[in-house]
Ligand binder design. Sequence first.
Ligand code: A3D
Length: 320
Amino acid sequence: MARPKIALIGAGQIGGTLAHLAAVKELGDVVMFDIAEGTPQGKALDIAESGPSAKFDGSFKGTNDYADIAGADVCIVTAGVPRKPGMSRDDLLGINLKVMKSVGEGIAAHAPNAFVICITNPLDAMVWALREFSGLPHEKVCGMAGVLDSARFRHFLAEEFNVSMRDVSAFVLGGHGDTMVPLTRYSTVAGIPLPDLVAMGWTTQDKLDAIVQRTRDGGAEIVGLLKTGSAFYAPATSAIEMAEAYLKDQKRLLPCAANVDGAYGLKNTYVGVPTIIGAGGIERVVEIKMNKDEQAMFDKSVDAVKGLVDACKGIDNSLS
Ligand code: A3D
């Protein structure tokens, strides 16, 4: 059977890391597309040249021509601009919306059967716009945010409890912004929910609240340290986890920005929810029960996403 084809739209910090991870995991042949001439070609060649030492097989191509993504099974989109210190994700909206239009048209023309994972910020509005511009089925277009936000939450929790990250599972839902919703009741260490761990004296409610806030500010913390761009190792790793779930039909239950139509009382809204990812793309949106406080946080987050989607409609008349 031929190797799957993975198209990376955007060959910057995340794009390059995605290509390297896909190579090392032998997920398939990789095509990197970017408008910057030389960048995708240089990164693809550099990664290919690491193959003999790292011992992977695959073909790696850099391109400035959408025709080269033809027939891709997966497209991961990072094209656009990242944040600089002092910027919010929402500040990127105007620039990145135009980028989503060209990317959506490129994917529709050359890789209409792909499973598309958007990473470009502001995430929930950009994945919505990318779906609109591409016209692909909703279940084949999603956004990466929840896996990353949950991974950050899991890392902070594992440090606090001094346990393996493998035994910490966590849920972060809602939009990928300051209003994201880390759900402590659904987050556990080997099945023991966080509120029980507070009662057991493993941590205090104040410390847990601080970890929740650090999770919400996780992206800004890295932007503040790097000063020239935003996080890329963990975002790329998270998107590769989603791509692998699709390519290997793993039926993983992963939080991601998916089109929610019916569940959570929402109608055609892209926002972070638990989903099942398998060969059908987003095969299921999982509706969990939230208490009053959680529901209020989720509603606030959905409102923030709706505000950004309305702003997109105000900028581009073709979006209705
Ligand atoms: P960066 O290293 O600047 O790479 C972006 C690449 O996009 C550059 O190589 C550009 O040349 C290219 N590009 C710009 N316009 C186009 C276009 N029209 N077509 C094709 N390529 C184009 O950024 P990055 O890789 O660090 O980040 C990429 C995006 O991911 C940004 O919008 C970030 O804000 C976002 N991001 C999202 C998360 C989430 O968790 C959702 C996390 C981190 C970064």
